[in-house]
Write a protein that binds this ligand. Structure first.
Ligand SMILES: [Ca+2]
Ligand SMILES: [Ca+2]
Length: 85
């Protein structure tokens, strides 16, 4: 909350910011744009505090699209997040 206060303060001091711009969340992931590192999060994806979709098994396929959510870290996976055979 403190970071948001600083952001709002400097935004108004420097000019050109409206409240609606400050409170904008373009991808509707619950993380405001000024804090959102991943601004194109797919609708319905769970996100971290930076607005990036979660990929719990770190295979490069985000959880919302991952059909195999517990692949091993060194596995090579297909587009569905499942180990290629
Ligand atoms: Ca996002
Ligand atoms: Ca995954």
């Amino acid at each position: 909350m403190q970071k948001l206060s600083f952001f709002i303060f400097f935004c108004f001091i420097l000019g050109g910011c409206s409240l609606s711009q400050i409170l904008l969340d373009t991808d509707n992931d619950g993380v405001l744009n000024h804090k959102d590192i991943c601004k194109d999060t797919p609708l319905g994806a769970l996100v971290d505090k930076y607005g990036c979709a979660l990929d719990n098994d770190k295979d490069g396929v985000i959880d919302i699209y991952d059909k195999c959510k517990n692949t091993l870290s060194l596995d090579i996976v297909d587009a569905q997040g499942c180990t290629q055979r």
